[in-house]
Design a protein around this ligand. Sequence first.
Ligand SMILES: C[S@@+](CC[C@H](N)C(=O)[O-])C[C@H]1O[C@@H](n2cnc3c(N)ncnc32)[C@H](O)[C@@H]1O
Length: 203
Amino acid sequence: MSPSASSAVLSQDSEQLKLFHSKYPDYDEEEHELPLWIEGVDTTYAPFIPTSTRRVVLALEMAHLKSSDVVLDVGSGDGRFCYAAVALFGAQGAMGIEYEQDLVEKSTQLAQDYVDQGRISFERADLTDWRQSSTMQSKAWSVIVVFLSPEGGTDMEEWLVQEFERGVRIVALIFDLKQLKGLHCSVEDSQEGIWIYEKQGCI
Ligand SMILES: C[S@@+](CC[C@H](N)C(=O)[O-])C[C@H]1O[C@@H](n2cnc3c(N)ncnc32)[C@H](O)[C@@H]1O
């Protein structure tokens, strides 16, 4: 059985953490109609349902994010994983791929300081084109975040297993990736819906 999640590495009093929570609201299903569809746009692998900021932090703690890491979020929504990775965990860099232009613009605005520093970027692209994507074929990433429908994981299986095999940690949200036989889950918190896949034993 995989060990489960633990800790709270970041101080709750941290100004950076407070800023993160205030920039990226948790959408209350009673107040907002979820998922947040944007009319007329095809989001093949999942609509925009952002991860709560608390779970973003927990997931990155479970992945033991560190300053040498470079993160890729496939289907990055409003960019909260990229922002947290760099602003809270000091990751070297982060990039989000997102289909919806509005969300790419919003992500860029919210992370503007880090975008200007060249540490965060967002690309408007369709993940179904993963074979042709120079971003996804890049070997720059050490952590990949996946919060997509199971179909998304299955369609990108070859890529995810290849990245896992070269030592990339994969953070899966809500849907685990157990259908991908080549992956090994090293840490999980199934109540929170967070699974970390890493090749080298347990982290
Ligand atoms: C469930 S949301 C997750 C957002 C973010 N990663 C988070 O955890 O808050 C999935 C995101 O994937 C995007 N998406 C879905 N299908 C896509 C595709 N084919 N190409 C690029 N982005 C896609 C959606 O627009 C949405 O923003």
